[in-house]
Every structure is written in C-alpha cells, then in structure tokens.
Design a protein around this ligand. Structure first.
Ligand code: SAM
Length: 251
C-alpha cells in the first residue's frame, strides 16, 4: 500500500479546503456540477464507463481517463467504508462568499440549518436543496455539511449550489422565516421567493434567539398526536411546497 496515498485520502477528510467524494453517484454529480478533482482512484475504471453509459451519458469518456486503477484491498485502505462502485476521489471545495449568496437576486430561497446533528440528515438536506433549486445552504454549529458522510448522503450535490458553515446568519435584505411546528399554518403561495428558511436542530428545534430574529414563524400542520417531522423531510416539504406553488423559479 502506498503510504502517501493513504495519508492524502485520510487527511483530506478533515481538510476544510478539500472534499472526499465516495462512490459513482457522488462523483457523477461532482463532475456534472464542475468540481475540481485533485485525484481519483477506482478498482475498475472501465466499469465506471459502463455505469456512466447507463446512468450519466453526459459523462461518458470523462471517468476512465480521470481515475487511476487500484486493487480493491488498497482502495479499501483509503476510506472507512468501501463504496459498492469502487471509486473515490479528492476534490477541491468551492469557495463560498456568504454575502454574495445572500445578495443573490434570483427568486430562490436560502436554507439555514441551525446546528444540525445527524450527518445523514445534513446530506439529505443538501440534496433536496439542490433539487429544489435553492440559492444555497448554510449550517451553524459543529457539523460541517462537507463531511464525507454528508457528501455521500447528499449524493455529491454539494457542488450544485453554495454550501458552507457559518458562525451565524449575517444580516441581509432577505426575509427570515422560522420553520417551526408551533408556527402558524404555512400556505405555500405565501412563502417569499428570496426567503431564508430556517430549520432547527433535531432534538430542540429552533433557538429562542433565531425565533426572536425571524420575520415570521410558519409550521406544517400535521395529523393529531404527531409532534414533529424529520429535519430533512421538513426541508423537502417546504422547498417543494414553494416550488410547486410557482413562487420560486431559480435552479
Ligand atoms: C425534529 S424537528 C425538532 C423538534 C423539536 N422538538 C421542536 O419542537 O421543534 C427539527 C426541525 O424540523 C422542522 N420541523 C419538523 N416538523 C415540523 C413541522 N411540522 N412544521 C414546521 N417545522 C417542522 C423544524 O425546523 C424543527 O426545528
């Protein structure tokens, strides 16, 4: 095993300038959305081309040339969990200018996750934000949406929109909407196109400080006896309620 290769992949996992992309699905989105790949290795580059022909014709011819073949045992040393498709890569994280994201004039909402705890949830939120054409996703707290497990859960869609951690939400001209089970019933047509939609932490919900700052507090009405939805499903419900109501157009 090439020690240097192992060291590069292991240190990249915690490097704030890099991202470890695991598996075909994540690499597909990374490439499609313009990721700068630093290096990529695969057990069978030709098999990646076959997968691309099936699942991502736009990338045919781009995968085998980018990946260095490596025996399965060596690749397994590089990552905690070997992807079924036998491919891993190191990419450069796009730089995010938070003020530019907030100033983005397009009619697209911004997702704010307050201290999300579950890494799989975090990835699922990025994925749905990308799918709904959101202007970006910001997260406060200790968990970085770029952690490799979040990138995997997000299917590599972190490269499709600005995604970053922030200490707190900077002031901007966007209306701040707290999405909270206790809020008044959300009506999709009323969601502001450039709103910041804030979602709370899994156990405790939105902080008092953020609720205080919010212009409105809206909730998704649920069946009696249900206290809350999962974080990522809530993000999905809100973003797609808005998109399907036709009052957000970007993306
Ligand atoms: C699992 S919930 C937190 C539950 C917490 N016990 C509470 O009462 O807020 C995580 C986040 O998902 C969102 N959420 C979950 N269910 C919701 C609902 N029915 N309406 C609006 N937001 C909801 C909120 O942003 C919430 O902070």
């Amino acid at each position: 095993v090439d020690d240097d290769l192992v060291r590069r992949f292991r240190t990249a996992r915690r490097d704030p300038e890099l991202a470890v992309v695991e598996g075909f699905h994540a690499l597909k989105h990374a490439l499609r959305f313009g990721a700068e790949i630093v290096e990529a290795v695969a057990v069978d580059p030709a098999e990646l081309e076959r997968l691309a022909a099936d699942l991502a014709p736009d990338l045919v011819g781009d995968l085998a040339t980018r990946t260095v073949p490596l025996p399965q045992e060596t690749l397994a040393e590089l990552v905690p969990l070997m992807p079924r498709t036998g491919v891993v890569a190191i990419a450069r994280r796009p730089q995010v200018d938070v003020h530019a994201v907030l100033a983005d004039p397009r009619p697209a909402p911004l997702v704010l996750l307050e201290d999300p705890r579950n890494i799989g949830n975090l990835g699922a939120c990025v994925r749905v934000a990308a799918a709904a054409g959101a202007a970006g996703l910001l997260a406060t707290g200790r968990n970085d949406p770029w952690y490799p497990d979040a990138l995997r859960a997000g299917a590599g869609l972190h490269f499709a929109l600005p995604v970053t951690v922030v200490e707190e939400l900077p002031v901007s001209d966007r209306p701040l909407i707290a999405i909270d089970p206790e809020g008044e019933a959300l009506r999709p047509g009323e969601l502001p196109p450039r709103g910041v939609f804030a979602f709370g932490t899994e156990r405790d919900g939105i902080s008092a400080a953020l609720l205080e700052r919010a212009d409105r507090r809206l909730g998704i009405p649920m069946a009696p006896g249900v206290s809350s939805l999962n974080l990522a499903t809530t993000v999905s419900a809100v973003l797609f309620a808005q998109r399907l109501a036709g009052n957000a157009e970007a993306g």
